[in-house]
Design a protein around this ligand. Structure first.
Ligand code: ZN
Length: 135
């Protein structure tokens, strides 16, 4: 059980199959020997203070090189630690994400702390329909 903290991240994973299974690249339309899957996740925090990825949305199946130039930062999903059914996003990574938007390090730390320490309330994921899951 947890609640959204109001941030989203983009992830990439490699399921190990290509166009024979997933069809052509959704960006260039060409065949792929290995498909990269790009997804968006809302971040949540649970009672233990772990930042976790909600179930994914917006899957794009494409060549890595066809999407990587679009300027978004993609987190390798396989690099994220698992905790039970959850994928954990490191707090330090969230702070770094905020710093990349021009926020200084001290403010980024403070903002993340505030987001994580807000009491559990009506934003509980079960209550607003945001499913838990690792994707
Ligand atoms: Zn492509």
């Amino acid at each position: 059980m947890g609640r959204s903290i109001g941030y989203t991240i983009c992830t990439v994973r490699w399921p190990g199959r290509g166009s024979d299974y997933f069809g052509p690249c959704e960006r260039c339309g060409k065949s792929m020997s290995e498909t990269a899957v790009f997804e968006t996740h809302t971040l949540g925090v649970n009672a233990e203070g772990d930042i976790y990825l909600s179930a994914p949305s917006g899957g794009v199946y494409a060549h890595m090189e066809c999407v990587s130039h679009e300027g978004e930062k993609f987190v390798s999903k396989d690099s994220l630690q698992r905790k039970g059914p959850l994928r954990i996003y490191p707090r330090s990574a969230l702070v770094a994400d905020l710093e990349r938007t021009g926020i200084n390090a001290a403010d980024a730390e403070r903002i993340v702390s505030e987001r994580l320490q807000e009491p559990l309330n009506a934003e509980l994921t079960g209550a607003n329909g945001l499913p838990l899951g690792s994707g």
